[in-house]
Design a protein around this ligand. Structure first.
Ligand code: GCW
Length: 687
C-alpha cells in the first residue's frame, strides 16, 4: 500500500517520470481553464469542434468563442478566419480546422489575433498501402488499422472505431480530409459487397472528422467480380459494370471520394492491355463516378524494362494525352521521376501538363529513407520540391503553384502522401516519424510554410511539458537546450541521409527489394536491369553517374528552359544533381574544388559523422524527455548511426574498385570488408 501511495505521489508531481508511449501524437495538451462555446447551430462536426475546444482550451479562462458558418470574402474552401472570440468558415469542417488551429497557436505560443487562412489544395489525402489481409506494403509500423487477417476480418469492433476516431482526429488537427483505405496494388475484392460494407463502417467514423474515404481499385475488377470477361474500357458492358458499381458504392457511402488507380504499372492491369490509352481507361471510370461527384486519381507511375531511362517514361506516356482527360480525373505524380529516392529532381511532368490537373504524391512512409529506424524529417525534402521552379509558365512557376491552381486553372486540386501509419502504439514506428505525418498535413494546407516552422510547432506539441508556464525561465531554458538543438537535428536529418546513402545525385543504390540497406553491386542475371543499382549509377573505370544529357538518354530535355540548360551543363548543374544528369570522370572537379572521387568520399564520411552527432546530442537531452520515448529514440539513433557506417563502407569500397583511387587522408577509412557486406543481408548487420 505504501509503495502504491509513493508511486501515486511521484506520478502526480513529476510529469517526466512517467512514460509516454507516443500514442497521443502531437495532441497531448489538456485544458487550463474553461471556455464558453456558442456554436450557432448543432451538427456532429460543430459538436466535435466544441468538444475539442473545451478539452484543450489554454487561452483566457472563461473566454467565449462563437462559431460562424457563413460565406466570407477572405475565405475559400475549408479555410477559416480567427478573430477575437470568433471562428468563421464557409464549411463546418472549416470551423473544426479553425478550432484546432486556435489551440495549436495557444499551445505553441503563436499569435491568435485575426488570421485568415485557406488550404492551397482542396483535397489533402493519405494513401494507405494497406492490403486486405492486414499487411502493409512498405509499412514499418505494424499492421493495418483498417484491415485484419482473421477469419472475422470484416467485423468491426468498438476498439476499431476508437482507433479510427483517434486517427481521424489526428488528421483533422492538421487539415487532412481524405484517406485511400487500401493499397494501390489493389485486390479486386475491395469492390465486393463484404469489403464495401467495411469501407462504409470506416467512412461513417471518419466523416465525423471531415474525412472522405477513397478506394484503390484494380482495373480488371469487372473480370474478377462476376462482370464481363474483359476490362476493355471501350466495351459498353465494362462501362456499365463500373456505373452499377459506382451506384452501389454511393448508396452505401453518399460522400464517397472516388478511386485511386495504378494501371499498367509494375504488373497491374490497365487499358494498355486492350490497346487503349490511359485517357480511355481513366475517363471511362471517371464517367461512372461523375453523376455522384466522385473523382479518379490516375497514377503516372509507369515505367518499362525496355526503356533505356526509367526517369523519362512518365513524361513520354502522359504528355501526349494532355487535355484528353475528363474533368473529374486528376493525374497523380510522384515528386521525383524515379521513385521516392532520398533526393531526386522534381518530376518533369509537374508543370508540363498544362490542361490536365496534377496532384503530387509524396511518400511519408520511409521506404527508401531508413524505414522506421532512421530519424529523417521529410519536410525539408517536400519543401524543396514544392518550391522548385519548373519555369513551365515563366519564372515563379513552382511545383506548388503548378499544382494548386495558381498557374493553370484546375477544377480539382489535391495532394497525397503515402501513409506511415500502422497498429504500433506510437502509430509510426519511430517517434520522430510522427513529425512527417504532421508535416505532410501542414504543407498540404500551406506549401509556403517553412520546415523550420513546422519542426518548431511539432517539437513543442510533442515534447513540451505543458505544466511549464510560457515565458517562464524554465520554458526559456527548454527552448534553448532542447527545442533549438532538436530542431537543428531534424532540419539537418534529410541531408544527412542523402550524404550517407546516395549523395551528389546518386540514386537507387539499394540492395534487393526491401529497399533498406546498400547494394550498389546487386545485379543478378534474372532480375530486370531497371531494378538493379548498376542501371542507375553506371560506375565504370571511366567514371560514375547516369548521363541524361543529349549524349545519353536526353531526359533532361523534358525540363523547361532555362532549367534544362542549367542542368544539362556540367558547370552549372547543382552538385546535388550532378550524377543524376551526368556520367563524370573520377577526377572531375566538383564545385568545392576537389575531385569527384574525393567529394563522394567526403559526403559519405560526413553523413556518418552527422548521425554520430545526432546520437551525442540526444544523449545530452535525457532530462527533457520522458524515459520511454528517450530510450526508444536513443536506440533508433544508434541503429541509424550503425547503418550509416554500413552505407558508407559498402558504397565507398564498391566504387573504389572502379575509381582505383585512395581515400582522402582526412576521411575515416571503412571498418567493414566489402566481401562481408556483399554477402550479408544489410538488415541483419546492425540489428
Ligand atoms: O516504390 C515502389 C514500391 C512499391 C509500390 C510502388 C508504387 C505500391 O517499391 O512497393 O507499390 O512504388 O508506388 O506503386
Amino acid at each position: 500500500m505504501k509503495r502504491f501511495v509513493a508511486i501515486f505521489i511521484l506520478l502526480c508531481f513529476s510529469s517526466f517520470l512517467y512514460a509516454e508511449d507516443g500514442h497521443q501524437l502531437w495532441l497531448r495538451a489538456h485544458n487550463t481553464g474553461t471556455v464558453r462555446v456558442q456554436p450557432h447551430r448543432r451538427s456532429s462536426l460543430l459538436n466535435l469542434a466544441e468538444h475539442e475546444l473545451r478539452t484543450g482550451w489554454r487561452g483566457k479562462p472563461g473566454a467565449v468563442v462563437q462559431f460562424n458558418v457563413k460565406p466570407d470574402k477572405d475565405i475559400k474552401g475549408d479555410g477559416f478566419k480567427l478573430e477575437c472570440g470568433r471562428i468563421t468558415a464557409r464549411t463546418e469542417a472549416g470551423i473544426l480546422y479553425g478550432a484546432f488551429d486556435l489551440m495549436r497557436r495557444q499551445q505553441t505560443g503563436q499569435s491568435t489575433i485575426t488570421i485568415a487562412t485557406n488550404p492551397s489544395y482542396e483535397r489533402r489525402i493519405l494513401n494507405h498501402w494497406d492490403n486486405l489481409n492486414g499487411s502493409i506494403e512498405r509499412g514499418y509500423a505494424g499492421r493495418s488499422i483498417f484491415w485484419r487477417n482473421e477469419k472475422d476480418s470484416l467485423t468491426v469492433t468498438d476498439a476499431d472505431r476508437t482507433l479510427w476516431r483517434e486517427y481521424g482526429r489526428a488528421n483533422a488537427s492538421v487539415g487532412i480530409n481524405g484517406a485511400v483505405l487500401n493499397n494501390v496494388n489493389a485486390s479486386p475484392l475491395i469492390l465486393s459487397v463484404a469489403y464495401l460494407k467495411k469501407a462504409k463502417a470506416i467512412a461513417d467514423v471518419l466523416r465525423t472528422y471531415g474525412i472522405k474515404v477513397y478506394l484503390s481499385v484494380n482495373f480488371a475488377s469487372p473480370t474478377r467480380l462476376g462482370g464481363p470477361s474483359t476490362a476493355d474500357p471501350l466495351n459498353p458492358a465494362v462501362a456499365q459494370w463500373w456505373q452499377a458499381k459506382a451506384k452501389e458504392i454511393y448508396r452505401m457511402i453518399p460522400d464517397f471520394g472516388g478511386f485511386l488507380i495504378k494501371a499498367n504499372s509494375e504488373g497491374q492491369p490497365g487499358p494498355q492491355n486492350y490497346g487503349r490509352s490511359h485517357a480511355d481507361g481513366a475517363n471511362m471510370i471517371a464517367d461512372a463516378l461523375k453523376p455522384f461527384g466522385g473523382i479518379v486519381m490516375w497514377r503516372a507511375f509507369v515505367y518499362s524494362s525496355t526503356n533505356k531511362d526509367r526517369a523519362g517514361q512518365a513524361y513520354q506516356e502522359f504528355v501526349p494525352f494532355d487535355g484528353k482527360f475528363h474533368d473529374n480525373v486528376i493525374v497523380q505524380v510522384k515528386n521525383g521521376p524515379v521513385d521516392f529516392q532520398p533526393r531526386e529532381p522534381f518530376s518533369p511532368l509537374l508543370g508540363a501538363l498544362k490542361k490536365t490537373p496534377l496532384m503530387l504524391e509524396f511518400q511519408i512512409t520511409q521506404e527508401y529513407l531508413g524505414q522506421s529506424n532512421h530519424l529523417v524529417f521529410l519536410s525539408t525534402m517536400w519543401e524543396e520540391c514544392l518550391k522548385s521552379d519548373t519555369y513551365q509558365a515563366g519564372v515563379g512557376s513552382t511545383v506548388a503553384r503548378c499544382t494548386d491552381g495558381s498557374v493553370y486553372p484546375q477544377k480539382i486540386t489535391a495532394i497525397a502522401g503515402v501513409a506511415n501509419i500502422g497498429l504500433d502504439t506510437n502509430w509510426c514506428g519511430h517517434h520522430f516519424a510522427q513529425a512527417n505525418w504532421y508535416a505532410f498535413g501542414r504543407l498540404a494546407w500551406n506549401p509556403e510554410l517553412t520546415s523550420a516552422q513546422i519542426a518548431d510547432e511539432w517539437i513543442r506539441l510533442t515534447f513540451a511539458d505543458y505544466d511549464t508556464q510560457s515565458g517562464s525561465q524554465k520554458m526559456a531554458r527548454w527552448e534553448q537546450e532542447f527545442l533549438k538543438p532538436v530542431k537543428g537535428m531534424m532540419l539537418e536529418s534529410r541531408e544527412a541521409a542523402v550524404n550517407y546513402m546516395m549523395p551528389l545525385g546518386l540514386h537507387h543504390l539499394f540492395s534487393a527489394y526491401e529497399h533498406y540497406g546498400p547494394g550498389p553491386w546487386f545485379a543478378p542475371k534474372n532480375v530486370r536491369p531497371d531494378w538493379t543499382p548498376p542501371y542507375y549509377h553506371k560506375a565504370d573505370s571511366a567514371g560514375i553517374g547516369f548521363d541524361r544529357t543529349i549524349q545519353g538518354s536526353n531526359s533532361v530535355s523534358q525540363y523547361s528552359e532555362p532549367l534544362r540548360s542549367r542542368l544539362a551543363n556540367v558547370q552549372t548543374c547543382p552538385d546535388e544533381y550532378i550524377l543524376w544528369f551526368h556520367h563524370l570522370p573520377w577526377d572531375f572537379k566538383t564545385k568545392r574544388g576537389v575531385t569527384l572521387w574525393d567529394d563522394i568520399c567526403y559526403h559519405y564520411d560526413k553523413g556518418v559523422k552527422q548521425t554520430a552527432g545526432f546520437q551525442t546530442l540526444w544523449n545530452t537531452l535525457q532530462e527533457y524527455v520522458d524515459t520511454q520515448r528517450f530510450i526508444h529514440t536513443q536506440a533508433k539513433l544508434q541503429r541509424q548511426h550503425l547503418d550509416a557506417q554500413v552505407w558508407k563502407d559498402a558504397c565507398l569500397l564498391y566504387f573504389q574498385q572502379f575509381s582505383k583511387r585512395p581515400f582522402p587522408s582526412d576521411v575515416i577509412p571503412p571498418i567493414y570488408q566489402l566481401e562481408y557486406l556483399m554477402h550479408t543481408d544489410p538488415r541483419r548487420i546492425t540489428e
